[in-house]
Design a protein around this ligand. Structure first.
Ligand code: ALL
Length: 324
């Protein structure tokens, strides 16, 4: 991977993040409980947060936000925080949900790594009497229907968010320009929606999308994909990435190809590692979906549903355009 070609500060942030995440991973998954024994006081619910890759700053920020919320509400609920090591490690996420079922938590707040494949184990959790709240990446509506379960969703409108990012980029492009999309894992609903949002904006501006490929949400994969795109399309004007980690990978591929300043990049997430690139103009825009608050919104929804104060209902959260 050509990460050494990233600016020094970005590379060290990325490295520090992965090392930090790995340090706590302990053989595949991270689990931390905020109360020392594994039982909640009677009447005090235990909520499990199940996330995706903790090597992604988006999820370490989310975990931090959830822990701070629990610390400020320690009398109200207990929290177990879990994440997986790789974006694609579905089996590990299934395993985590099974462990939470075995621990008899009261609620699971989950950002599913896959919108279809996670439904079966979520059904098991519901059959065990556990409330499940879906955050961040929406479960597939058809698969939920087939499984005959309902799961409330708390998260942003990813298509609208990506469209805003694409429109900001389009202001710096001309009709007929060629661009490429690096999408997330194709079976993730939020990734699909972001791709559609990018396409909406490019179509509206008359810009040609000459290639769309998956970077699987990862910096290194996106770096390889972007390098191949650059050699195949010498006249490419921009690369639209469905998350910031992939935008970091694309920027380093552009540097390696000696095309810095000639090819625009956009991302999604507003992680702090992207800030220096926004400041330098190497990334034009990203979207802030407020990762630090997303799990908290899901936890608050779960606590209200458990107390009977609110019916299970979907909740759309904010997503904001971020530029220099
Ligand atoms: C999605 C999130 C983030 C993140 C990605 C990678 O679900 O919304 O954009 O970068 O997962 O796991």
């Amino acid at each position: 991977m050509k990460i050494s070609l990233l600016s020094h500060s970005v590379a060290s942030v990325a490295l520090a993040l992965s090392l930090g995440a790995l340090a706590g991973l302990n053989g595949g998954c991270k689990k931390s409980t905020t109360n020392s024994d594994n039982k909640s006081a009677p009447g005090k619910p235990k909520v499990a947060l199940v996330m995706k890759s903790l090597a992604n700053e988006f999820f370490s920020t989310m975990a931090e936000g959830a822990k701070q919320h629990q610390a400020a509400n320690a009398a109200t609920y207990d929290l177990v925080v879990n994440g997986i090591k790789n974006e694609t490690d579905l089996a590990e996420q299934v395993n985590l949900v099974e462990q939470m079922i075995a621990q008899q938590v009261n609620a699971i707040v989950i950002a599913p790594a896959d919108s279809k494949a996670m439904v079966t184990v979520i059904k098991h959790a519901k059959e065990a009497g556990i409330l499940v709240v879906n955050i961040d990446n929406k479960l597939d509506a058809d698969v939920l229907r087939q499984a005959d379960i309902k799961v409330p969703f708390v998260g942003p409108d990813n298509r609208a968010g990506a469209r805003k990012v694409g429109e900001a980029l389009a202001k710096q492009l001309q009709a007929g320009d060629k661009v490429a999309i690096i999408e997330g894992i194709p079976t993730a609903f939020n990734g699909q929606q972001r791709r559609l949002g990018f396409e909406d904006a490019m179509k509206a501006a008359g810009v040609n999308i000459v290639s769309t490929q998956s970077g699987r949400w990862e910096m290194e994969t996106a770096n390889n994909v972007a390098s191949a795109m650059l050699s195949e399309h010498a006249d490419l004007k921009a690369i639209l990435c469905a998350n910031d980690n992939m935008a970091l990978g694309a920027v380093s591929a552009i540097q390696a190809a000696g095309k810095t300043g000639k090819i625009l990049v956009v991302g999604f997430d507003n992680i702090s590692a992207l800030r220096p690139l926004l400041d330098k103009g190497q990334v034009v825009a990203t979207a802030d979906q407020h990762g630090d608050r997303l799990a908290v919104f899901g936890i608050e929804a779960a606590l209200k549903i458990l107390k009977g104060e609110a019916p299970p209902a979907d909740q759309i959260t904010a997503v904001d355009l971020i530029m220099k």
